[in-house]
Design a protein around this ligand. Sequence first.
Ligand SMILES: [Fe+2]
Length: 246
Amino acid sequence: MLTPTQIAFFKHHGYLILSGAVAPAVIDVWRESFWEAVDAKADDPESWRKRPGLKAEYKLRHEEAGLNRQPAVAEAVEQLGGGWFVGDAGPPLVHWPAGCDAWTPTRLGHVDGYPPSFWFPFMMAATAYAYDVEPMGGAFTYWPESHHSTHRRFLANPGMIDGKWAREPGFDWTGPDNFTDLAPHPPREFTARAGDVILWHAFLVHSGSMNIRNSPRVGFFSRFWHRDQEAIKYDVPKDLWKYWAA
Ligand SMILES: [Fe+2]
């Protein structure tokens, strides 16, 4: 169960870190499934020197190992959404070592849900790693409290919520509509142990980052949407927490 302090932190900062939230046995399943999917071996860097992609048919070896199914995550989401949020478990996103020493910090973030071809509204997400991630190790990078600045932008321009702007010819993700310029704080790397989880609001500006360490950043992501999403998706409520329970 999240404490009132944790809930208040999530609402204020747009994210919450749950340390050690994933059991070691589940992390083992993530690792096995990942190396199987890229057809390489963790202890043989030569086997992943060419930065292999995931096989198309990627599947976790055990469905119950999905990040969304981990008790600490499921309970937190249940609590925040009052039972209205439902999620899935995406394939791992890997940032292979860049093979150089110069690290370039991430300056450009985005909000999820607006790829060029469609719109997928959701409420919140969770991210965790299969291996520890050090600074400059390809961490999930987020702009604290930017869920408020994104919200203000949508409130001022409610027609933007469906993401048509991202499908306009000539739309440039590096331009002002990536929401990064409005974020009140500089970005922060989610450096963490394997199995630590960061929960984040759907409006939180975030990005991947460069990995100059020796091991791949293997990230697992789950997104959670509202069961009544179709009915509410065009609403940009003045109260950011209108559809939340906590
Ligand atoms: Fe993203």
